[in-house]
Design a protein around this ligand. Structure first.
Ligand code: F6R
Length: 265
């Protein structure tokens, strides 16, 4: 760990290296737990960055007999309102990109209910927190990072004590999602997200970023002061977080110009 970096950061050459490293860690945890007759609890993210991890987990299932029969999952977030069958829903994303291809019990899959009515939504959020506690807490949480520094949909202003709740999306986040929704005006204005406190309770966290468009926010999260304007900075207070970045996303880090540091990978 380098003095100016406040989160342990691993810089890899190829995007695919992140998928192998993180999926490998998840697989080790699942196998360790299974050997002890226990379940593994995973916190999962959507978006473009984790796709490679899910592809690698599917490969491990098909080719190396990794079983998800004793795995419980909790997704970070879902747009609101959102029909689970919509092509835009994170429900659909998770089934298409992972769950349909592995042996997970659908009863063990948890994704915030974007279809809840307004008067149910607070209850839905409270029940989500209880379900995580009942499962014994999250063993490993996967996170991406948005341009606003959001983790989950904890946009600027989200406090360190925040819990699963309905939030307004930042205009920057809605703009970033515009292409997926065929126009910014179609992007939902709200989402249900785990809170910062919910995320920080995970025993281990792997946060991932790829591409040059993430370089500035990666540096802010890793080297900047902790501040609620950038929710990812709260990870500096978590004892077991690793930030995995490719060279493009790590390009603004103070140490990127010194190649010997890559030995740390
Ligand atoms: C998604 C989520 C978001 C994304 C972030 C990065 O479940 O919680 O925080 O991880 O917006 O998205 P991508 O990976 O598409 O750049």
């Amino acid at each position: 760990m380098y003095s100016h970096e406040r989160i342990r950061t691993v810089i890899v050459d190829e995007h695919d290296d992140i998928a192998r490293l993180v999926a490998g860690r998840i697989a080790a945890l699942i196998r360790e737990r299974a050997a002890a007759g226990q379940r593994a609890v995973l916190g999962l993210a959507t978006g473009s960055t984790p796709i490679g991890i899910y592809r690698e987990l599917i490969r491990l299932h098909r080719e190396e007999k990794l079983s998800f029969a004793n795995v419980v999952t909790f997704n970070l977030d879902e747009y609101y309102p959102m029909d689970p069958d919509s092509i835009h829903s994170y429900h659909r994303y998770m089934w298409e990109n992972l769950f349909d291809h592995i042996d997970i019990d659908p009863a063990n899959v948890h994704i915030p209910a974007g279809s809840a009515s307004r008067d149910q939504v607070n209850d839905v959020c409270d029940r989500y927190e209880s379900a995580i506690r009942r499962a014994g807490g999250i063993d490993i949480q996967i996170l991406g990072i948005g341009k606003t520094g959001h983790i989950g949909f904890n946009e600027p202003g989200s406090g360190v004590d925040s819990r699963t709740r309905l939030v307004m999306l930042d205009p920057v986040t809605r703009k970033d999602a515009a292409a997926d929704f065929y126009g910014e005006e179609n992007v939902p204005r709200e989402a249900i997200t785990m809170g910062v406190a919910t995320i920080l309770e995970a025993r281990e966290i792997a946060i991932i970023a790829t591409g040059e468009h993430k370089a500035v926010i990666v540096r802010r999260a890793v080297e900047g002061d902790v501040n609620h304007e950038v929710a990812a900075t709260f990870l500096q207070r978590h004892p077991a977080t690793t930030f995995y970045v490719d060279r493009a996303a790590g390009a603004a880090l103070t140490r990127i110009a010194t190649p010997w540091l890559l030995d740390e990978v």
